[in-house]
Every structure is written in structure tokens, then in C-alpha cells.
Design a protein around this ligand. Structure first.
Ligand code: CA
Length: 235
């Protein structure tokens, strides 16, 4: 028999947790419920789930603190995290993605939306297990070790910027619109604002510094990673 995907629900409101658990069970998942970070940690220490549904507002450690902690931990860092946020938390969503969450979903949400998002993060995680490396000019990215170097020097790149850079490097010199990037890097782009892409491109540029490989803005079209920047080509 096929193993059912295990979903750890970290949610302090029993009514919400129960509703999610029932729906997941009916749709071929195996849900486990923890009401705070401490009991969730015990679950993670025992058996790793396939995905974590993490409420933002929790007693004790917040969802944001937990996402950061689990991303930094070698044992849990590859487990996808889907954050549950309340309406009106918009500025926090970027912080959540930055802390290492793979996606977020705003309460109240429909069962269909939740299932679609869980399936999307599970799909997106799968190909990432394949290790591959890519180099453009003096810029090199090693997916297996999660390292980015420029002229052999390690660059500090956040988790989302890493995924973005990986995609851009695999498809260098090509222009990608914001919605294409959301689709390819984040998946299920309908749920994330295009502005999120700009935020992460800005951070990626800061990480890359003034090197000869850069993320160029192509007016009205989107972004491209290039080793022949327009500014230099014209000069
Ligand atoms: Ca809560």
C-alpha cells in the first residue's frame, strides 16, 4: 500500500485543527496535530512529516520563529512549510517566506485551496532533491551543498533567493515575466502577489553585489540573468 503523505498541523485552535485534519484524512493524507511549537518539535524528533502546516499566531514560539528554527535545523530543513496567516497580515507574508516558509495561505480558506497548496509544495520539493550545479561566468551555484560562489568566494544568499537564482541560472540570458517566475520558482502563482518577486530580486541583487553576472530589469517584460549586462554592452 502506498504511504499516505504525513501532514503535521501546528495550530492552537482545536476547531480549526480538527476541521483541517478531517478534510486531509478524507483526501488521502495522514494528519498529525500539535497545538504548540514544543509538541510539534517532539513530533518532528520522532517522525518527519512530508509537509508542515504552521499557524502564524501560536502560544509560546510564533510560527515565524518556528519556521526559522526548522529551516536552520539539518533534520527538518527540507520539509516544506505552509504558513497559515490571518487576513490583514500582508506585510508579514514576505517575512514568512523569508524565514523559509514555502508558501502561505490566508484564513479562512477552502478545503480545495488548502489541498491545492499542499500538493503544490509537495510537487515543488520533489525535483529539488536532485542535485545539480550550474555556472555562469565566475558565478557558480551548487544545489547539493546549497552554496553560491563568485570567483570562488562564498556569497550569502537567502533560501528563496537561492531558488530564484537557481532557476535564472538554468535559464540564463532569457527574459522571464514576474508571473512566469512566480509559476516556476514559487509555483501556484495565483496566490502570491507579483510584488513578492521584486522584493526577492532586490535581495538577490544585493547578494550578488557588483559582479559581472547580474539580474537585469527588462522594462515591461520582466527579469533576466545575464553575464553581458546592457549597461556594459553599450559602454
Ligand atoms: Ca493561532
Amino acid at each position: 500500500m502506498k504511504k499516505l503523505p504525513r501532514v503535521l498541523i501546528v495550530e492552537d485552535e482545536p476547531a480549526i485543527a480538527e476541521l483541517i485534519a478531517v478534510n486531509l484524512r478524507h483526501n488521502g493524507f495522514s494528519p498529525i496535530w500539535s497545538e504548540d511549537g514544543e509538541s510539534a518539535q517532539r513530533e518532528l524528533d520522532a517522525v518527519l512529516p512530508d509537509v508542515i502546516l504552521l499557524d502564524w499566531m501560536l502560544p509560546g514560539q510564533s510560527g515565524l520563529q518556528l519556521a526559522r528554527k526548522w529551516r536552520a535545523d539539518g533534520r527538518t530543513k527540507a520539509v516544506p512549510i505552509l504558513m497559515l496567516t490571518a487576513r490583514g497580515d500582508e506585510p508579514d507574508k514576505v517575512a514568512g517566506l523569508d524565514a523559509g516558509a514555502d508558501d502561505y495561505i490566508t484564513k479562512p480558506f477552502s478545503t480545495q485551496e488548502l489541498l491545492a497548496r499542499i500538493r503544490a509544495v509537495l510537487r515543488r520539493r520533489a525535483p529539488e532533491q536532485v542535485a545539480d550545479s550550474v555556472a555562469i561566468g565566475a558565478l557558480a551555484l551548487d544545489a547539493a551543498t546549497h552554496r553560491v560562489t563568485f570567483e570562488g568566494q562564498a556569497l550569502k544568499v537567502g533560501p528563496t533567493e537561492f531558488k530564484l537564482l537557481h532557476f535564472l541560472m538554468k535559464h540564463a540570458e532569457r527574459v522571464h515575466s514576474r508571473s512566469q517566475l512566480l509559476d516556476k520558482v514559487w509555483g501556484d502563482h495565483v496566490f502570491i502577489e507579483e510584488r513578492t518577486v521584486d522584493v526577492h530580486v532586490k535581495r538577490l541583487r544585493e547578494s550578488l553585489g557588483g559582479g559581472s553576472v547580474m539580474v537585469e530589469t527588462v522594462r515591461g517584460a520582466g527579469y533576466r540573468l545575464t553575464a553581458q549586462p546592457q549597461a556594459l554592452a553599450r559602454a
